[in-house]
Design a protein around this ligand. Structure first.
Ligand code: GLA
Length: 706
C-alpha cells in the first residue's frame, strides 16, 4: 500500500488559508497540472524545547515524535586548547559552562576535538587512551558531561590518520588516529562510551585522496549500524572543509557539514575578516532545511583579539545563517559581556528558529553595505542583518519587499539593543559602524504567494496514486512507497532567484521520513519530514528553492528507497532581494554555470543546460558585478587581459576584471580587458569552459540575460 496524502486534508489546509483573488507575480495563468492558489503562509509548528536537539533526529535517520532538529549549540575544545585536552581540562570547561548559564540559554554539547587519542589500538583493534590524562577512560568524561544534563561530543577522521598526525600542534604526531577500516567498531565504541555527537575530520581522507561523499556515507552507515545495536544515537558532523561540496550530498546524511577551511589555525589570533570569510563560504541556502545545516565553523567569539562588537557581529552572522553555535573560547576566562553575547535570547531564537532555514543576501545597494534576510517561523516574520563591511560608518537600509513582505508598515525590533523601533512603512535604515552590524527582527505582511498542488494524474508512481483512492475519505493513510513521488510542473516565478517553499505533507509514522527534492535539473537535496502525529494531520516543512524565470519550473519530491512522507502541496513565496538573471547563450540556449555548485576560487564557468540553480543565477549590481552565491563574483582569471582568459569565480572586490558590461549587441564585456564572454563550444559541448575573446561577432559571444 502506497497511499497518498488524503485529498481532504490538504484541501482543508489550502482552503482554510486561501486569500481570494491574489495571485503571485509570475504564477502561471493557466496550465493543466498545477493549480496555483494564493494563500497566506501557515504558522510553523511550536518551537522545539532546547533539549530537543535531534541527536537522534533528522541528521542521522529518525527521531520518534520529534520536530526537525535545530542547529546544535554547545562548546568545542579546539579553538582554545588544540590537542591539550584531558579530563581535568574538560571538567573545568563543563563547570564553567554550567556556571555561566549556557544550558539555560540552549547550549547542550561539550565536544572534545582533536588530541584526545594518540592513535594506539589494542590487539582487538580497539582504541586505547592515556589513563593519566583520562582517568576512568573516555566513558568517565562522557559521564561527567551527562551528569550535568549535557551531551558529549567526540572527534575522529574519515581517513586512517587524523589531523594531529599531519599537522601536530601541542602533542607529538601520532599515526592511526582515524576511523578508516574501523568505522563500525569505532562508532560502537563511541556510543558505548556514551558520546552523542561525532565530528569526523578529513586530514587522512584528503591525504589518501578518498572521495568525501563515499567516505562520509560509510561513516553515517556505521553510526546508524552502531545505533541499531546500542540504541544510542549519535549526531554526525562532517568536517571536510567544503572540498567535496557537501552542500550537494550531506543533507540527509549528516546533521551539519563544514563549508570552508578553519576559521582559525592553532596559534593564530581570531579576526573579524576570518569570520566573514567563513560566513561567506557557508551560504548554500537550498541545502539547509529541517535539521541539516551548513557549518561555517566553531565560534571564535570571546577569544583574545576580538572586541565585544566584533563578537556580537560574529554571533549575528551565525544566527542569520542558522549555523551551529559551538563556542570556542576558554569558558573559565569568559567576561560577563561575552557571556551576555553568547546567551542573548533573541539572537539564539533567530539561530534556532524552527523553520530551519538559512538567511540569504537581500540587498547590497552600495558595495560592502549588505542586507541579509532570514524567513522565520510564523507569519510575516523575518530576521534581518544589516552588515557594514566597509571602513566607515554608514546607513544601511532594508526594504520590506526584498524580504518577500509587502511594503506595508512592519514592526522592527533591534536585537542587541533589545529595543523596539516602531512600525515603519517600506523599510528601515540604521547607522551601522565600520565593520559592524545591526541585527533586527521584523514582523510585516507576507507578500502574495502561490500554492501548487498536483492533480492526481501528474504524480509519478501511478501505483501510489491508485492506492490512494481509498484514502480520499480522510481515513488513515500510510507512507509514500519507494519510487513514488509528487511532481509539480509549470511552476512560475517572475524573476530567477530564491523562493521560500512551504511543503504541506502528512507523516503519521512516529519517526521522521525523508524525500528527495529536485528542482528542474538541479542537484537534488534530501528533506526530512518530521512526524505530524497522524496520517490525517497535516504539517509543513520549509525549504528555499532556486527557480528559473518564467513558468517552466518542475519540482519533484520522491521517496528514495524507504517509505517516505506524503507531500502534496507547495506554497511558493519569492524572495525578491535574491533576484538574478541567467546568462543564456544566444545560439546554444545553454546557461553559464559554476559546475557542481562549486564556489572555490578559480572554478571555471561552463555552459550547461539551464536549470535555474543558484550556480546559474547571477545578480547584476550597479557596480557591474555578476554576483553568485551571495558574495562570489564572476571574474577574469588573474585579471587576465589576453584572448582565452578563463572566466572563473572569485570574491567580489569591485576590481575591473570582476566587472561586466552588457552591450547592446548582446555581448557581455569584461571591465578590465573589454573582451567578450565567450562559449568556445557554442554550447555543443558542456565540458568546454567559458573564456574571454575579442568581440568580433563570432557566434558564442552573444548572450541573453534572462
Ligand atoms: C581540522 C579541522 C578543525 C580541527 C582540527 C584539529 O583543521 O578543520 O576544526 O578539528 O582539524 O586538528
Amino acid at each position: 500500500m502506497t497511499p497518498w496524502l488524503t485529498r481532504p486534508v490538504v484541501r482543508a489546509l489550502v482552503l482554510g488559508l486561501a486569500l481570494a483573488g491574489a495571485v503571485a507575480p509570475g504564477a502561471p495563468t493557466a496550465g493543466p497540472a498545477p493549480r496555483p492558489v494564493a494563500l497566506e503562509a501557515r504558522p510553523a509548528g511550536p518551537r522545539p524545547a532546547p533539549q530537543d536537539d535531534g541527536a537522534d533526529g533528522a541528521g542521522a535517520g529518525a527521531g520518534a515524535g520529534r520536530a526537525a532538529a535545530p542547529p546544535p549549540m554547545g562548546w568545542a575544545s579546539w579553538n582554545s586548547f588544540a590537542s591539550s585536552i584531558d579530563l581535568a581540562t574538560v571538567k573545568a570547561q563543563v563547570d564553567a559552562f554550567v556556571a555561566a548559564g549556557l544550558p539555560e540559554a540552549g547550549y547542550r554539547y561539550v565536544n572534545l576535538d582533536d588530541g584526545w587519542w594518540q592513535g594506539a589500538r589494542d590487539a582487538d583493534g580497539e582504541m586505547t587512551v592515556d589513563p593519566v590524562r583520562w582517568p576512568g577512560g573516555m566513558a568517565a568524561v562522557a559521564d561527567y558531561i551527562h551528569g550535568k544534563g549535557l551531551k558529549a561530543g567526540i572527534y575522529t577522521d574519515a581517513g586512517r590518520n587524523g589531523c594531529g598526525y599531519y599537522y601536530p600542534t601541542t602533542r607529538p604526531a601520532a599515526a592511526g588516529t582515524g576511523m578508516e577500516g574501523h568505522e563500525l567498531q569505532d562508532a560502537l565504541r563511541f556510543q558505548r562510551w556514551g558520546f552523542d555527537f561525532l565530528k569526523v575530520d578529513w586530514c587522512g581522507g584528503d591525504a589518501e585522496h578518498l572521495d568525501p561523499e563515499t567516505s562520509y556515507r560509510t561513516v553515517a552507515a556505521a553510526i546508524a549500524g552502531a545505533t541499531a545495536t546500542t540504541g544510542h544515537p549519535m549526531l554526525l558532523s562532517v568536517c571536510e572543509w567544503g572540498v567535496g561540496r557537501p552542500w550537494n550530498w550531506a543533507a540527509g546524511t549528516a546533521a551539519m557539514w563544514r563549508t570552508g577551511y578553519d576559521i582559525i589555525h592553532w596559534g593564530e589570533r581570531p579576526s573579524p575578516g576570518a569570520a566573514l570569510a567563513s560566513f561567506d563560504r557557508s551560504l548554500h541556502p537550498a541545502a539547509q532545511h529541517t535539521g541539516f545545516v551548513n557549518d561555517p565553523d566553531m565560534l571564535t567569539a570571546g577569544m583574545d583579539g576580538l572586541t565585544d562588537a566584533q563578537n556580537r557581529t560574529q554571533l549575528s552572522l551565525w544566527a542569520i545563517a542558522g549555523a551551529p553555535l559551538l563556542a570556542g573560547n576558554d569558558l573559565t576566562r569568559m567576561t560577563p559581556t561575552t557571556r551576555a553575547t553568547l546567551t542573548n535570547p533573541e539572537m539564539i531564537a533567530i539561530d534556532q528558529d524552527p523553520r530551519g532555514l538559512q538567511g540569504v543576501k537581500a540587498a547590497e545597494d552600495t558595495a560592502g553595505l549588505q542586507v541579509y534576510g532570514k524567513v522565520l517561523s510564523g507569519t510575516g516574520r523575518r530576521a534581518v542583518l544589516l552588515l557594514n563591511r566597509t571602513a566607515a560608518a554608514a546607513p544601511v537600509t532594508v526594504r520590506w519587499t526584498d524580504l518577500g513582505l509587502t511594503g506595508a508598515p512592519a514592526t522592527v525590533r533591534e536585537v542587541w539593543a533589545a529595543a523596539d523601533r516602531g512600525t515603519p512603512a517600506t523599510g528601515w535604515t540604521a547607522d551601522v559602524p565600520a565593520g559592524g552590524s545591526v541585527l533586527l527582527t521584523v514582523t510585516g505582511t507576507e507578500a502574495p504567494a502561490a500554492t501548487y498542488q498536483a492533480e492526481e494524474g501528474t504524480r509519478a508512481g501511478g501505483a501510489g496514486r491508485t492506492d490512494c483512492a481509498p484514502c480520499s475519505g480522510g481515513a488513515a493513510a500510510g507512507p509514500l512507497g519507494p519510487g513514488t513521488g509528487l511532481t509539480l510542473t509549470g511552476v512560475g516565478t517572475a524573476t530567477a532567484g530564491i523562493a521560500l517553499a512551504d511543503i504541506a505533507y502528512v507523516n503519521g509514522d512516529p519517526v521522521a521520513r525523508t524525500a528527495t527534492l529536485r528542482v528542474n535539473g538541479q542537484t537534488p537535496t534530501v528533506v526530512s519530514f518530521p512526524p505530524t502525529g497522524s496520517w490525517s494531520t497535516p504539517g509543513t516543512v520549509s525549504v528555499l528553492l532556486s527557480l528559473a524565470k518564467g513558468g517552466d519550473n518542475t519540482i519533484t519530491l520522491a521517496a528514495p528507497d524507504a517509505p517516505g512522507p506524503a507531500p502534496d502541496a507547495v506554497l511558493l513565496r519569492p524572495l525578491p532581494g535574491t533576484a538574478g538573471t541567467a546568462l543564456v547563450g544566444a545560439g546554444s540556449a545553454r546557461c553559464a554555470e559554476l559546475p557542481g555548485n562549486a564556489v572555490a576560487d578559480d572554478t571555471r564557468a561552463v555552459p550547461a543546460d539551464c536549470t535555474g540553480g543558484q550556480n546559474q543565477t547571477f545578480t547584476a549590481t550597479p557596480r557591474g558585478e555578476l554576483v553568485v552565491y551571495g558574495n562570489r563574483c564572476l571574474a577574469a582569471l588573474g585579471d587576465g587581459r589576453a584572448d582565452g582568459t578563463p572566466v572563473v569565480v572569485r570574491d567580489c572586490t569591485g576590481a575591473p576584471g570582476r566587472t561586466w558590461a552588457p552591450h547592446p549587441d548582446g555581448t557581455i564585456r569584461n571591465g578590465l580587458s573589454g573582451l567578450c564572454l565567450n562559449d568556445p563550444g557554442r554550447g555543443a559541448d558542456e565540458g568546454t569552459p567559458l573564456d574571454l575573446r575579442s568581440c568580433d561577432g563570432t557566434p558564442g559571444r552573444t548572450w541573453e540575460l534572462r
